[in-house]
Design a protein. Structure first.
Length: 253
């Protein structure tokens, strides 16, 4: 079943003399249960892509379907429901509400969905337990490490069982050990909870956790690597090779 479909999506910023074509005819689809990474150098259009899916920004052309509904044609009311119910977000920073505790941050999407308090509480406890953050329950985001913040953000993104979880450079502010832990967690969310995930990253080691990797360059998709039966290491090497063939990338291997 198709969760996400982009049809010939383009995005142009600026006007007249100073146009930036951030996305240029991107078509892709993501099936339920996939864990897709979008890779590309700085400025290739990764964040733009996520912002369009999140409806933080409007497309200049093309359409975006989530669960078969075109988000580019929704009313404000429909958009609010779409963002709240269909999507989960994990971003590099500013994920959590600073005035709420870890527990309150995670339970929030359920409260907003009108889930009964007892059930919301049970689901929140369950997810905190499997994410290993039960002991952080009453802490505020400002009292957490970067890794703990991202675990909490992942729990919040997952708890409402959205159709699609989108993540923009979720490991961007983490060291390599915490990055690996976070990617293991995203993998667990995908495998154990069946979450459909679309993440963007410029880091091949991060992308190698996905089940499929799409490559963006200058706003266009130019290649794709599927996991098939490959190990993380084999997929990693393939990703590095594709990036090298595309004229190098902005990272150290
Ligand atoms: N609000 C904006 N106004 C004008 N140009 C923009 C805007 N947002 C992005 N761009 C331009 O669009 C292009 C794509 O930007 P985008 O942020 O999508 O890149 P990215 O792949 O996420 O890069 P990074 O890895 O650095 O985060 C860039 O050339 C950028 O300068
Ligand atoms: Mg970006």
């Amino acid at each position: 079943m198709k969760i996400l479909e982009l049809r010939n999506v383009s995005k142009v910023y600026g006007k007249d003399g100073a146009l930036t074509r951030a996305l240029d005819g991107v078509s892709l689809s993501v099936d339920a249960g996939e864990f897709v990474a979008v890779m590309g150098a700085s400025g290739s259009g990764k964040t733009t892509l996520l912002n369009l899916i999140a409806t933080i920004d409007d497309v200049s052309g093309g359409s975006i379907l989530v669960d078969g509904r075109d988000v580019t044609a929704m009313s404000d009311e429909e958009l609010a429901a779409y963002r709240g119910l269909k999507l989960g977000f994990v971003f590099q920073e500013y994920n959590l509400l600073d005035t709420l505790t870890v527990y309150e941050n995670i339970v929030l999407p359920l409260t907003l969905r009108g889930v009964h308090r007892a059930e919301a509480d049970a689901r929140t406890r369950d997810i905190m337990e499997s994410f290993g953050i039960t002991q952080l329950r009453d802490k505020f985001p400002g009292e957490l490490s970067g890794g703990e913040r991202q675990r909490t953000a992942c729990a919040r993104a997952l708890v409402g069982q959205p159709s699609l979880i989108i993540a923009d450079e979720p490991t961007g502010a983490l060291d390599s050990r915490n990055s690996r832990n976070l990617m293991q967690l995203l993998r667990m969310m995908n495998e154990k909870y069946g979450a459909t995930i679309l993440t963007v990253t410029h880091d091949p080691a991060v992308a190698a956790y996905a089940t499929r990797v799409l490559f963006l360059r200058d706003g266009r998709l130019f290649d794709e690597a599927a996991r098939g039966g490959k190990t993380d290491d084999e997929l990693f090497r393939e990703i590095v090779a594709i990036n090298a063939a595309a004229g190098g990338a902005d990272y150290d291997v």
